[in-house]
Design a protein around this ligand. Structure first.
Ligand SMILES: [Zn+2]
Ligand SMILES: [Zn+2]
Length: 271
């Protein structure tokens, strides 16, 4: 079983047209490919409203065209700054926070290291714990958003923290805030293990960091493995190592999207 439910395209900030991504997924022997274009917000990385209409139509066409070779699904990555409220016409929704807010200003946390440093220094006096508190409080809001199935990259604020220059991954105060978010989603939402920052060369390990993933397992949080793909060459980026990490954190199952719903499957079928 090979599945990726977090896939971008040229309709937003990905580099491949939808069909190119489908063909690569077939070549890489994927069984399930879900597209998750950035839902429309006023940012250049997101789909436009008109683009979203075309995206929906094209995914539906590709779903039919390749139905004998791969299961294609129409998803969306809902941005926390523009709640959609309803799932339709999408089959599933990934809910993600990409920005931080302060005094009426909004800044992206994952655009580059300099912006994150700027947010940390000017808004939080270089106290990353305070930044983390605000970030995870924002993430937690999605716990009651009924349209959201999957929580995207829970610890995205650590994208530029491979060297732990912003925060130690095991900093107890930081970990407490992150675990409060996990507590909020336990039993309500699926969470993703996301290898996107590995593909981009920012990180060596996926979101979430392994101490958080172990905590998620303790709390019975169900997971999917996604590559947050923006370039078809990285559709299965670090999947093998990450599967080992997932197992080492105690997981024996992951979720598969099938017949319009998420089903729990033994982790062995992914190997
Ligand atoms: Zn995202
Ligand atoms: Zn994404």
């Amino acid at each position: 079983m090979r599945q990726n439910l977090h896939t971008h395209s040229t309709y937003c900030d990905g580099i491949n047209p939808l069909e190119e991504m489908v063909l690569k997924a077939i070549e890489k022997r994927f069984d399930i490919l879900g597209f998750s274009g950035h839902g429309p917000i006023r940012e250049d990385y997101a789909m436009s409203i008109e683009g979203t209409r075309k995206y929906i139509e094209e995914v539906k066409l590709l779903k039919e065209k390749y139905c004998d070779l791969i299961s294609i699904h129409l998803g969306v990555e809902e941005d926390s700054t523009n709640r959609m409220w309803v799932k339709e016409p999408f089959e599933y929704v990934i809910g993600s926070v990409h920005t931080m807010h302060h005094d009426g200003m909004t800044m992206p946390i994952d655009y580059n290291r300099g912006i994150l440093e700027c947010i940390n220094e000017t808004w939080y006096g270089a106290d990353f714990r305070k930044l983390a508190k605000d970030y995870y409080e924002d993430v937690i809001r999605m716990k009651d958003w009924d349209e959201v199935d999957i929580i995207g990259h829970i610890d995205l604020i650590t994208k530029y923290n491979e060297d732990e220059s912003f925060i130690k991954f095991d900093d107890p105060v930081y970990v407490k805030y992150a675990c409060e978010a996990i507590d909020a989603f336990a039993g309500k939402k699926i969470m993703e293990v996301n290898t996107g920052a590995i593909a981009r060369g920012n990180r060596k390990t996926p979101y979430p960091y392994k101490n958080l993933l172990s905590y998620m397992h303790e709390k019975g949080v169900q997971i999917v493995l996604n590559s947050d793909c923006h370039d078809c060459e990285y559709l299965d980026c670090a999947f093998e190592e990450t599967l080992q990490m997932i197992k080492s954190c105690g997981y024996r199952s992951m979720m598969v999207f099938r017949n319009g719903t998420f089903e729990e499957e033994d982790i062995e079928i992914f190997e």
